[in-house]
Design a protein around this ligand. Structure first.
Ligand code: TMP
Length: 206
């Protein structure tokens, strides 16, 4: 089973992935947890470039192609081999992030992104996608708090203005409204509610 998690900044994807991973481990189910961009040596290097504030002159075309290069490596070297031996794959972001961020956020035509996503992945789509939907202000309050409590600063994409992040939020709603694979969950709900919802949706598939 291939499960992806999507959402705007601060939507709590990693918390839910950790909870699901613990649950799978308890049940003795073999799985891998990966994130995008990242998950292979090369993809993690690309992640550093994409997140770094040193590359503020990256064109939107280069940005898109770097996300896709990272994805192609991850799909072919990690995801497909894992699925082949029946492992669960839990992926923090995947093709819908590119539609939301580069498509709706950067205004690159959606149809071009769909084609490129399909080129990079060989058409591999998740079995189910959880969209943890969260308004921009709440999301940014959360990540600000996280950076104050631990270390870290806003990365290159988090630094984009509010209208960019609002387009990403609205874009996610549009993507989800036309795709049954995507289950939208209000990320303002409490953690247990979200965990139970995710669990019950997965149970429907197994
Ligand atoms: P994250 O791991 O903290 O979610 O960081 C990944 C960042 O990259 C986040 O700002 C969303 C962005 N992103 C895109 O813009 N396009 C993509 O295709 C992916 C996978 C992520």
């Amino acid at each position: 089973m291939f499960i992806s998690f999507e959402g705007p900044e601060g939507s709590g994807k990693s918390t839910q992935i950790d909870i699901l991973a613990r649950d799978l481990k308890k049940k003795g189910i073999d799985f891998i947890c990966i994130r995008e961009p990242g998950g292979t040596l090369l993809s993690e290097k690309i992640r550093d470039i994409l997140k770094s504030n040193s590359y503020n002159d990256l064109t939107i075309q280069s940005e898109l192609l770097l996300f896709l290069a990272s994805r192609s490596q991850l799909v072919n070297k990690v995801i497909k081999p894992a699925l082949k031996i029946n492992k669960y794959v839990l992926c923090d972001r995947y093709i819908d992030s590119t539609l939301a961020y580069q498509g709706y956020g950067r205004n690159i035509p959606i149809e071009s992104i769909k084609l490129l996503n399909s080129f990079a992945t060989g058409g591999l789509e998740p079995d189910i996608t959880f969209l943890l939907q969260l308004d921009v202000d709440t999301g940014f309050r959360r990540i600000k708090k996280r950076y104050e409590e631990k270390t870290g600063t806003f990365d290159r994409i988090e630094m984009e203005d509010k209208s960019f992040h609002q387009r990403v939020f609205d874009g996610y709603n549009k993507i989800a409204s036309s795709n049954n694979r995507i289950i939208t969950i209000n990320a303002n709900e409490d953690i247990d509610f979200i965990t139970n919802k995710i669990q019950s949706e997965i149970n429907k598939l197994v």
